[in-house]
Design a protein around this ligand. Sequence first.
Ligand code: NAD
Length: 491
Amino acid sequence: PTNIENICCIGAGYVGGPTCAIIASKDLDISVTVVDLSQPRIDEWNSSRLPIYEPGLQDIVEAARDGSGLNPVTLHFSTDVKGAIHRADLIFISVITPTKTVGVGAGQAADIKYVEAAAREIAEVATSDKIVVEKSTVPCGTAEILRDIFDAVGDPQVRFEVLSNPEFLAEGTAIADLLSPDRVLVGSEGTPSALEAASALADVYSSWVPRERIITLNIWSSELAKLSANCMLAQRISSINSLSAICEATGADIQEVSHSVGLDKRIGPNFLKASIGFGGSCFKKDVLKLVYMAETLHLPEVAAYWKAVVDIKNGKRTALAGTTVDGKRIAILGLAYKKNTGDTRESPAIDFMGSMLAEKATLAIYDPKVSYNKIIHELGELFGHEAVARYVKPCENAYSACRGASTVVIMTEWDEFKTDRLTLPPALDLGDLTASRLTTPTVKRADSVSSGIPSSQSEDRSSCDDDGLLSPGTPPTNTNSPAPELINQAQ
Ligand code: NAD
């Protein structure tokens, strides 16, 4: 099809939901249906409480999903995967591509079984020509696997065109990124019919993206460009963190070093904030995808180079372990891996809490966008429901989390932790802080790691979502009440 009237997106997640909401709000002639296997997730998308938080998303979804004034209903959420595939001219595959946990390549290679399952479903259901678009971040060469599936399973009368159109949005700024992307990649196999399909997809984006930012390229370049962008961003974070280790040992100040280095126009200031390593669902797995690809291509030096990016991150994180906090109350402010999202995947807060729970600390947790149930459920799955029921106390705000705490750990750079801190009420009972301060060398190290972290990272725009850095800001300036010791940490 060269004129797209009906779009289906398989996977109603952090990428599928916001991306389709924007398409549906910009292309009023196109009907967009986002499908998912998870009924609860779809129910949430159809409710006033969306399953993910992104600034600006709610209004856009509601306008397109419910229609308003002269605007038609253009956005639908459904679990009828087959029906939506059947009707669609163009289908985005936007399912997860996690790291394999078993079999060949376990711990590094991408598990593309969800992408393959979606392709098989499309092949089985399609009775008319389809443009199938890889939206998920996949290893270079995945399009060939999809092509094989369509050739083997699909109706020979149906033409399947496979395109690569990776997503570069960052969680927390998804709507702004989607509305004004640095570039949109449309990769195709380069045959006349593939180029026609690429042009049809480019037309969809051209409703709001300037043509010069829509790049058509070969499909393997497109797949690899997305992986490469994430790897380069992760590499910058690990580079600055490796330098912060040298600062700690020498008395140099990483904040001054990073500022000075970033002023060089050839280098630039973004992604140069020291932290305890990147978080989020994408950076680690995407770097490991590249490592595994390099290994299978017999490029051991290339694999070792990129592997170091992940190793440096892990080294930083374990610097927090081993603190003695038995019986103490630790306030954890923030659980999401960065501000303006409720996503906790690969959040450094989780690693940290695991080590604190092992030490039998009581954890008073507050995050503006992570619900009580999610905290209890996710931590319970990871660390045991019994331990979580006993030691984890989700709190309704930062003040109640801090009350009586010996230590406050700012894990996520939510703005409210920076601004509210200045207005702590004098009457706030912060407990016996001086008596129970944590003074182990490990925690001190964590403190000094973080002391070089600047207070905002909002100008950074990552390609996956995972700019992953946390920037908690400076210690409290409130002089009216005793402040808890702050261990500032960054992701
Ligand atoms: P997600 O977990 O939020 O959403 C994936 C959804 O797909 C889930 O709701 C799941 O139930 C559904 N699903 C899985 N298999 C299905 C099937 N066969 N049929 C129907 N639904 C199915 O994942 P995400 O964060 O949106 O990531 C999706 C892809 O996009 C990944 O490859 C990721 O690397 C990439 N990506 C993510 C981001 C991000 O910010 N999260 C940014 C850019 C790219």
